[in-house]
Ligand binder design. Sequence first.
Ligand SMILES: [Zn+2]
Ligand SMILES: [Zn+2]
Length: 378
Amino acid sequence: MEVNGGTHLINGLLTEKPLLPRVIEFVKASADAGHSVTRDKHKEDADDEPPKPQFYLFSRERLVSLFHESSPRRVGRGLRNLGNTCFFNSVLQVLTYTGPLQNLLLSKQHSRECISKREGTVCTLCLLESHAQEVFDIGKAPMKPTRLLSHMPQIASRFRAQGRQEDAHEFLIHFLDACHKSILKQATQQPVPRPVQQTSVICQLFGGFLRSQVLCLKCKYASNTFDPFMDISLEVSKASTLEKALDAFTTSEQLRGANKYQCKQCKQKVDATKRFSIHSSPPLLSFQLKRFDFSHGSRGKLQKNVKFPLSLNIAPYTSHRDREAKYNLYGLVVHCGQSAKSGHYVAFAKHNGNWFQFNDEAIRQVKEQQVLGQEACE
Ligand SMILES: [Zn+2]
Ligand SMILES: [Zn+2]
């Protein structure tokens, strides 16, 4: 949001779809416990922030340039299904039509500087870059994304077993993390300091910080913990809209009775409140609606309508509720089917101001209303 001065509408990535109650691999990869930063302050104030990076892996100037409009391109090629690969195709298509990422990939600025070829190593971002080049090699038949698929064991071993229906959200998180790690490997300073890790182009596009704040109701002592995120997973069992799910996610929890909080300032157990908030929001914000139920050993799916808007102001869910932060919907991945084990994934993405549906090799233009009505399909 800083990119556009915080007042403009910004693209938002809405991954409409669901998955594990907690993406454990993601937590390990990008938000492990050691990465949490706890700051204690007498009172909440504006300079209570996650640690600032000493330098940037991808400069802010280059980041801003990725948001410049590029000349319109025709919609690219469809992706053939190579045996239950619709989860993979859907995620890749949404990433390929993510404006600033598309600009990065088609400019080839990453591969020009990447040392992986010289060193003979696999770089996920280079693979994604050549995939995007192929997708926009217009006029050709739907393509087989074989190159990327064949590297899956190196990219994310979790997806080694090809031919199995996988979870699109889980794949998205693993894939972005693999791109991020490819960049970190090439940094001149090793190990890369923690705050600097958050400045890879992937983290600057998709990554933000969540704040967990415990507030002592007696002395107003606030204890803040910051955790990086690449997407936000929302419970939707009790929510009928994305906004209501965000409300529930950021609502204050009372710590009373047996749950009293040990206040460092009062030096005793006190009543307190605990609240999660989006502390710094990335230019591209991704939500996962948790529709799959893995409890009781089942892989059931929550079949219900969860409405989502074309434009969303996330200010009420942030640490700075008075600062407007608007996002525009530009893409979603939808799961159609009865359970996590079966079904089919399709993607929707906006391109040149029009919405398209990406159903493996088939691409068709659709109306905005069709995109908004997607819960019907599930
Ligand atoms: Zn590379
Ligand atoms: Zn206190």
